[in-house]
Design a protein around this ligand. Structure first.
Ligand SMILES: *[C@@H]1O[C@H](CO)[C@@H](O)[C@H](O)[C@H]1NC(C)=O
Length: 579
């Protein structure tokens, strides 16, 4: 979705900056052993015949059960500290198991001094087959505090059926760079609904401490007898202490819609409601999700910044609402944390200081001219080197946009030196009928940008969510790969050497049309290769939203982040940590 002006920020392939590796022997290059990697319920070997990098990977052989796999002993309190958030990754490959899809997961096991043991899966459900080759498994998790003494903590990779040999390589465990920006400490009381619902209430509904189903732990909150769309769980917050003006907050929660209807998608949202003493109120949406009964537990997440209001705030609350009256839903594992590194109000001063330091240089100008008494030298900047782009809306029938609307056009050229055409290069716009390619609306805009020396990001070759593929393809997804490739061939070869970047499979972290219809995850790699075959010099991009605060990362040439201005506030310092 492209809403309002959008600009792109180039990211490092993973979050930049030096991060300290917590794992010893993270690349499996030195002999394995109890001080670093061993095999639980299996035999672990250094393996030289197949690896992601270096000379070795680790092979887990003779796995006795689906829980068996490579494991690493973590020193709780030293390697990982409670309240701190960590990023985990490991590359995994199945050496047997044929075409069957096997679950792979990373699990944290914690043993206590009284002998109790708990297991926590830290990765989302992931399935791979032998044909998938190396697969990168990632997780972000916050280390918990426990009420009992921890005697052993292990992280291990498990999942496939007993007997399936597993290779792992390039493991990594680092303190999350986002973590340093987040206040330690949950703002909400009873965020996992483990104890009675004293701090949570249900607005226009009945709230139930529900133990029959939960995302994690032993309970969730059920909102039933909902009498309005706005009905749902809420918790009172404290203005000035638990939430403050001029600060930003990260949020997530898991929701599950109950009932027999599994096909309707319900719009759900979480918001902070501010009620002022003059009787007015303000509702700031912090996260949205479309959830159907078929989704099971689904995560919603987002962020919001508070202004420093001039009116006195009487009451402030966090609430979750959405499905129509009568639809019951569960809520669990809510997270609301203040982002503390840079107060929202001071980001501009800091950004200006960085501009002074990073983008300005002293210039010496030597003028060779004979005997002049007085001379004035004027230096005029005609172009900025720093790439700064915008989406443009092109002309629609009868409505002049870009390039016909001269005010709009000149505003664009005065302010931006890269351009993205909002809709008219999309597959749905160009190929309304299969095999008939109509570029007549995009061409004039592209010609104009080209004539003014503005490089173009092509947007987008395909779009991974169902409602953004051409109708004819959705109705008949047979031979989807061939249809997709002919779209890529048509678009990329047409603008070879003219379009510098292409967004390839738009928002593919949020949709899976092509993977699902082709039955192959490989298709996503193949799309990128196909782009390069058509134009070896074009830079293919992954274009997505909500990737900074969710920690999703990518291995393609470039990533950019959509900023949906109309959907919320920008968190400039979140951009900073990845920019
Ligand atoms: C891993 O542990 C083994 C034995 O426990 C040891 O020989 C090896 O040097 C360790 N490697 C690293 C990098 O710590």
């Amino acid at each position: 979705m492209l809403v309002g002006p959008v600009f792109a920020v180039l990211l490092c392939a993973s979050l930049c900056g030096a991060e300290t590796q917590i794992f010893r022997n993270a690349g499996f290059e030195s002999p394995l052993g109890p001080e670093n990697w061993s095999c639980s319920g299996c035999t672990g070997l250094q393996y030289g015949d197949d690896k992601v990098e270096g000379d070795y990977s680790m092979l887990a052989q003779g796995r006795q059960d689906d829980w068996a796999g490579p494991s690493y002993l973590l020193a709780y309190g030293t390697d990982v500290i409670s309240g701190q958030t960590y990023d985990f990754q490991i590359y995994v490959k199945l050496l047997s198991g044929g075409s069957n899809q096997h679950e792979i997961k990373a699990v944290l096991s914690v043993t206590f001094s009284d002998g109790d043991k708990v297991y926590q899966q830290i990765t989302s459900p992931t399935f791979i087959g032998q044909d998938d080759g190396w697969f990168k498994l990632t997780a972000r998790a916050t280390a918990q505090a426990y009420s009992k003494q921890v005697t052993e903590m292990r992280v291990y990779v498990a999942g496939p059926a007993a007997g399936v040999d597993v290779l792992v390589d390039r493991a990594s465990l680092t303190e999350s760079s986002i973590a340093s920006l987040i206040h330690r400490g949950e703002i909400l009381e009873n965020p996992s609904f483990e104890t009675a619902l004293d701090s949570w209430q249900c607005s226009a509904c009945t709230g139930v401490h529900y133990t029959a189903d939960q995302h994690t732990g032993s309970a969730a909150m059920l909102a039933r007898d909902r009498t309005a769309v706005s009905a749902g769980p809420f918790q009172d917050l404290y203005w000035g202490s638990s939430v403050r003006g001029g600060q930003c907050y990260l949020f997530n929660a898991y929701l599950k819609v109950l009932g027999s209807d599994t096909t309707t998608y319900y719009y759900t949202k979480a918001a902070i409601g501010l009620f002022f003493d003059d009787g007015s109120s303000k509702h700031l949406t912090i996260a949205k999700a479309f959830i159907s009964g078929a989704d099971g537990w689904k995560k919603m997440e987002g962020d919001v910044c508070m202004d420093s209001y001039t009116q006195a705030v009487d009451r402030v609350k966090l609430y979750i609402s959405g499905p129509p009256a009568g639809v019951n839903f569960l809520t669990d594992d809510v997270f609301l944390h203040e982002v503390s590194a840079t107060p929202y109000s001071s980001w501009r001063t800091e950004a200006d200081a960085r501009i002074e330091q990073l983008r300005k240089r002293n210039v010496k100008i030597r003028v060779n001219t004979p005997n002049v008494d007085h001379m004035e030298v004027q230096v005029v900047q005609t172009k900025a080197h720093f790439p700064f782009g915008s989406k443009v809306n092109v002309d629609k029938r009868g409505v002049p946009g870009f390039p016909a609307n001269s005010k709009y056009r000149e505003y664009f050229f005065d302010n931006f030196n890269w351009g993205v055409i909002g809709n008219k290069m999309k597959w749905t716009a160009v190929e309304k009928f299969e095999g008939i390619h109509d570029w007549s609306q995009a061409d004039p805009a592209i010609d104009m940008m080209e004539s003014r020396g503005v490089p173009i990001r092509g947007h987008c070759l395909s779009w991974a969510s169902d409602n953004h593929v051409p109708n004819w393809l959705r109705q008949d997804p047979s031979n989807v790969e061939q249809k997709l490739f002919s779209r890529i061939d048509n678009a990329v070869s047409r603008y070879r050497g003219r379009v510098a970047h292409w967004d390839v499979n738009n928002e593919m972290l949020h949709g899976n049309f092509f993977v699902r219809e082709s039955g192959s995850r490989q298709i996503r790699y193949d799309m990128f290769s196909r782009v390069k075959e058509n134009d070896p010099n074009v830079v293919p991009f992954l274009n997505d939203f909500q990737i900074i605060n969710t920690g999703a990362s990518t291995q393609v040439s470039g990533t950019d982040v959509l900023l949906h201005y109309s959907l919320g506030t920008i968190l400039p310092f979140l951009l900073r940590i990845v920019a």
